[in-house]
Ligand binder design. Structure first.
Ligand code: URA
Length: 433
């Protein structure tokens, strides 16, 4: 068998065989397929598609391409959550301790950010002294002791996805349903949890721009997950504007803490509770959404969720920012951007804000870039708000004055205005059980 022939068959629109797909995955991992061949194969998949069966085979082959995490020594139904990536998405920081506070073990492997969307690990790493890289033994033992952990792993989890993703990133082949589904689900299967909730983002700031494609992706992932023996459900959520008001690592940790303290922006609270309620149902602690939401709200109101966040930070060596949020990194410079128009904010493009946060130093454009944990954007006005000329729209934070000036120059373009109040408030678009 030759990679050349497999590419050629996909290019001509054929359905690949089980053997061909597995050969491709093996060749990616052992390096016998060149980057040029991998890029060509990915583009052939984007243009010719993959049916459900091929995607399932690709997913399983990718999941088996490296180590698999064994969580069987942890009692109970271990739950996990995955988002397809959004700007200002700090739900993981909130729902991991929140769900764990109800006695459901939450095992969350996360990654660092690349591109427009920040990674949960970078957000966590903004907490002084926090360890984010745990060995499998440390990860498992922490969940046995306190019920949750968020970490990267040194294990060789899904090496095929790592290679494919890096090449997809530079060959315009990320936004393809079979490739996203196999990437997401192979990682989840290899991560060892029993149950998974997917947050499929939809809108300007997401790979899926419309509900139809987001639905297709969500349904495909749920099908693949169920076939692999997972308990799984999915939420399709709006990603036209950033989630919450804070974008940038330490700003987002502060906002996550606000929600655990019973405050915080409405859209963030709503989505977090929705995703968490799916986890509670899959984890077997509630029979329906109403009961799950009641339990979750009680945990926030009583301070148990916040206490669990504190335990997790302490277990991973971090300074107690729940008691002393001032310990979070603060930026040296800030720049307030004001409105030049009067009217309702009709839209706020998440992709622009994500890009500005990166310019300010909050993210990486290349893997080796370093991060300014204090950098980011804080939004005062979002879609549906009325603004007068001169009102403050947002604030930029950075340790570099030049970066603030660079970001300022075109950030106003993120906003659109109208005379009529737009319809807003629908953060949850669909749920798939
Ligand atoms: N998230 C993933 O893990 N993989 C993708 O391909 C896209 C989003």
């Amino acid at each position: 068998m030759r990679i050349f022939d497999i590419i050629d068959r996909k290019k001509n629109g054929n359905t690949l065989t089980d053997e061909e797909i597995r050969f491709f995955v093996r060749s990616v991992v052992d390096g016998t397929a060149s980057n040029e061949q991998i890029g060509a194969m990915l583009m052939a998949i984007v243009l010719r598609g993959m049916d459900e069966w091929e995607t399932e085979v690709l997913t399983m082959a990718m999941a088996e391409s490296g180590d698999r995490i064994d969580l069987s020594s942890i009692d109970g139904i271990k739950v996990d959550k995955h988002s397809t990536g959004g700007v200002g998405d700090k739900t993981t920081l909130i729902l991991v301790p929140l769900v764990a506070s109800l006695g459901i073990p939450v095992a969350k492997f996360s990654g660092r950010g690349l591109g427009l969307t920040g990674g949960t690990i970078d957000k966590l790493a903004s907490i002084p002294d926090m360890h984010t890289n745990l060995s499998e033994e440390q990860f498992v033992s922490q969940i046995q002791r306190i019920g949750c952990a968020i970490a990267t792993t040194a294990r060789n989890l899904d090496p095929c996805d790592k290679k494919l993703y890096a090449i997809r990133d530079v060959t315009a082949t990320v936004d393809c349903i079979p490739l996203i589904a196999s990437s997401v689900m192979s990682k989840k299967i290899a991560s060892g949890a029993d149950a998974v909730v997917l947050d499929v983002k939809c809108g300007h700031g997401a790979f899926m721009k419309d509900v139809r494609s987001a639905r297709k992706l969500a349904e495909l992932c749920v099908k693949i997950g169920k076939k692999a023996g997972l308990r799984i459900s999915a939420v399709i959520s709006d990603m036209n504007e950033p989630l919450g008001n804070a974008v940038g690592n330490s700003l987002e940790v502060q906002e996550a803490l606000d929600v655990l303290n019973g405050k915080g922006p409405k859209d963030l609270k709503r989505l977090t509770i929705c995703l968490a309620s799916h986890m509670v149902i899959l984890g077997g602690k509630a029979k329906d959404t109403a009961e799950a939401e009641r339990l979750l709200q009680r945990s926030i109101d009583s301070g148990r969720a916040r206490q669990k966040f504190r335990e997790m930070i302490r277990a991973q060596g971090g300074k107690d920012i729940t008691e002393k949020p001032d310990l979070l990194p603060k930026s040296r410079y800030r720049g307030v951007v004001t409105a030049e128009h009067e009217g309702y904010v009709s839209g706020l493009d998440a992709a622009y804000i994500g890009h500005a946060a990166n310019v300010l130093g909050a993210g990486r454009l290349k893997k080796e870039d370093s991060i300014d944990y204090s950098a980011g954007v804080y939004l005062y006005k979002k879609a549906g708000d009325y603004v007068k000329k001169g009102d403050e729209l947002l604030c930029l934070y950075s340790r570099s004055r030049d970066a603030i000036m660079d970001a300022e120059s075109d950030i106003r373009r993120a906003y659109t205005f109208s005379d009529e109040k737009p319809e807003t408030g629908n953060i949850i678009l669909e749920e798939k059980f």
